[in-house]
Design a protein around this ligand. Sequence first.
Ligand code: NAD
Length: 446
Amino acid sequence: MKIGIIGTGYVGLVHGAVLSSYGFAVTCMDVDAEKIGRLSEGRSPLYEPGLDELLTGGIDAGTLSFTTSAEEAIQSSDVIFIAVGTPSREDGSADLSYVREATRQIGLYANGYKVVVCKSTMPVGTCRSIAGELNRSLEARHASFRIDVASNPEFLRQGKAVSDSLFPLRVVIGTESDEAKRMLQTIYEGHIRRKVPFLYTNPETAEMIKYASNAFLAVKISFVNELALLSEKVGANIEDIAFGMGLDDRISPHFLQAGPGYGGSCFPKDTQALVDVSRKHGEELYIVRAAIAANEKQKARMVAKISGALSPGGMLHGKTIAVWGLSFKPETDDIRNAPSYDIIDGLLAKGAAVNAYCPQGMKQAKRLWTDINGGINYCESEADSARNADAIVIVTEWEQFRACGWERIAASMRGGFLFDLRNMFAEQAGVRRLFDYYAVGSNEPA
Ligand code: NAD
């Protein structure tokens, strides 16, 4: 069975590389010629642990190839995964123009029976509308074959994308076609053998499972973040609260870490798209809406916390702040909708100078944050950013921050504030005692 992937980003590239490692012939297609050029030379355009090895392995074995030609990718494949972006429009709805274009090309170039698999996160109803559009294209071409469609949403986490793809917690397949189901079962044979739970359902349910999962996680984060704000005021400790809650297996300890608010390319857009779809169907999702609003509040409260501590009036003219961690989470270079953006923007608006450092996110920030880049001084290391600074703000919990030479860093600073927005050092008196230490969700002294 030959596999085509349309859209070679975080999802498409990782999925394609993993499937090629199972021995399938995989053609990854993207409209971004620079990306495809790099990939053809075995160089990854994005950072994801374990991906480089898979890429080299697939290219060397001859199972993984890259192209900018939709015609080539479609015609050479039996199963085509659509993995293009579905970003937010201004009004919060999902922008399906990339999905529509990929569908148009499949309808135009398909040269025999194909299974089209919707891997992108698509609002409920999209998969069925893709099937309708493809049927109309084939009819217009008087084609003698059909195309079947399935929804197979992706649940990988950036930073762990390769291992999540190799060892998923579940596989959801939404289709009414037995042939599509059979072909997907062949592709995921290894998961079936390892007894990964498979859920077979209709496309609408599969699409909703993806949105419901992301929205639920966003709700969990916003819930704990709001409690963190309250905890600071009442003398409670959110880490202990979360631990105490998580001991109840109906709640689970996961996604109860207080922080600066969620970000990334999925939670913000998917919660908004779900709210948008619900409105179009005459339903209000009050809980999801509240999670979105609480998340915006959280980011603003982080700026207020920093500025309030550094200056009685809250203005930061003459202050230099080192911001560590730009990517929306550790082990990724992705800065899309990262809380670091809003926090830096807020600090700049209050007159601060910002020294930024991130192990992987700076390249993308320099390229994409054109509106605030004028105010950001990008630095080579933690130490470089902290020199003569008044404060350090940890926005993303990169593991390397734990052993960055804290004594030396504290000694090189002009001021002595550490705002640990991920509570990385909440339990580490050795680091806390070097600073005026501020965690999220507790005010306990070092
Ligand atoms: P991405 O932006 O990294 O990649 C999308 C790619 O599609 C880009 O390289 C773009 O050039 C390409 N593209 C756009 N139009 C195209 C076309 N007509 N033909 C070929 N290529 C085209 O996006 P991503 O993060 O990989 O996300 C893809 C989808 O998967 C989204 O719907 C997202 O919500 C979903 N998803 C993402 C994650 C994640 O962690 N990133 C996890 C689960 C699901």
